[in-house]
Design a protein. Structure first.
Length: 331
């Protein structure tokens, strides 16, 4: 890819601009020789570069042309293109709304099938990027990518202020990499909870459209059902709200401990213990041995003045250790 391709200029325009940067001040005929093209072609390139704000025409005889500084001109051009794209998005949403109002039967059915890995992932990514208010997720295996991957769209939307609520299947968090992905999203603003053996996986965007696998259970699937506004979507929303109410909050990592506060290690350990995971799974997630885990748990219970894990959980809850710290919120 050449320099000016992302802003819609041709390869010959790019060559002309780079030649101008080296020569600084040239006529159209001189530019034509520099880039090995006809004078007429060079003149057309100069016209497009002038329109883009990348070149200025000097009032001299003969007329000469000078390039604008790239750090200023290209940045302004990119900003203009972003503004145009945003205008296109707004216009497309308005057009879609008008079509819905005028020709309601033109829209696809209330439920449709997307088949194939690439088509499914593309539809889900595009739907997320169009979210305005809230995305609801039930995360559980099997995954389209066989193993879980980072939800890049979520991180971008959290920065934009879109709310994310996610319920995770406990077994999926036994994968250390997936746990780290989740904690990155939590630190960015995601509200996360966990449940044992969640099978009703789904993603719901702005309470208007949902994606669910065409098969629930232990086998992989590369297809998904798209459910639009309907009693079925209402049922999925009720299902999510019920799962959310039953799930255990996951508020893992904090930064360095303050007096009377848990350490990063203790907060993460508490979050994993709260899920009901077995020690072996917790140790695997943390990347430590079960013997080291037992020592950490003993130290944690001692600091909480607890004789049992149940007492430790109650003490941690009353002290607020199972809620995000100020560092979590700022992270």
């Amino acid at each position: 890819m050449y320099l000016l391709e992302p802003v819609g200029l041709s390869e010959s325009d790019n060559a002309a601009y780079l030649a101008l940067l080296g020569a600084r001040k040239v006529t159209s005929a001189e530019l034509a020789k520099l880039v090995n093209m006809s004078t007429a072609s060079a003149s057309r390139c100069l016209g497009r570069l002038i329109d883009a704000g990348l070149v200025a025409r000097l009032r001299t005889r003969p007329v000469r042309f000078v390039p604008a500084p790239p750090d200023v001109a290209v940045e302004a051009l990119v900003a203009k293109r972003d503004q145009e794209l945003q205008g296109l998005r707004t216009a497309s949403r308005e057009l879609a709304q008008r079509l819905d109002e005028t020709f309601p039967t033109v829209r696809a059915g209330l439920v449709e099938m997307i088949d194939g890995y690439e088509a499914t992932t593309q539809h889900i990514a595009q739907a997320q990027l169009g979210a305005k208010d809230e995305v609801l997720i039930v995360d559980a295996p099997p995954y389209l990518d066989v193993t879980p991957v980072q939800n890049i769209q979520e991180l971008r939307l959290l920065e934009r202020g879109v709310s994310y609520r996610c319920v995770y299947d406990r077994s999926s968090l036994e994968n250390p990499e997936h746990y780290d992905y989740m904690m990155e999203c939590v630190r960015a603003g995601e509200r996360a909870r966990t449940l044992n053996a969640v099978t009703m996986k789904m993603i719901i965007i702005d309470r208007k459209v949902a994606f669910v696998p065409n098969v629930f259970g232990g086998r992989e699937t590369s297809s998904a059902l798209v459910v639009r506004a309907s009693p079925l979507l209402d049922a999925l929303l009720e299902c999510f709200d019920w799962l959310w109410s039953k799930a255990v909050p996951l508020d893992g990592d904090s930064a360095a401990p303050r007096q009377g506060e848990p350490s990063r290690r203790d907060r993460r350990l508490l979050a994993l213990m709260a899920t009901g995971m077995k020690d072996r799974a917790i140790a695997r997630t943390l990347g430590i041995t079960e013997r080291t885990l037992s020592r950490h748990i003993h130290e944690l219970m001692t600091s909480l003045e607890a004789d049992t894990r149940f007492q430790a959980g109650m003490q941690a809850f009353h002290r607020g250790w199972l809620r995000p710290s100020e560092e979590d919120i700022r992270a």
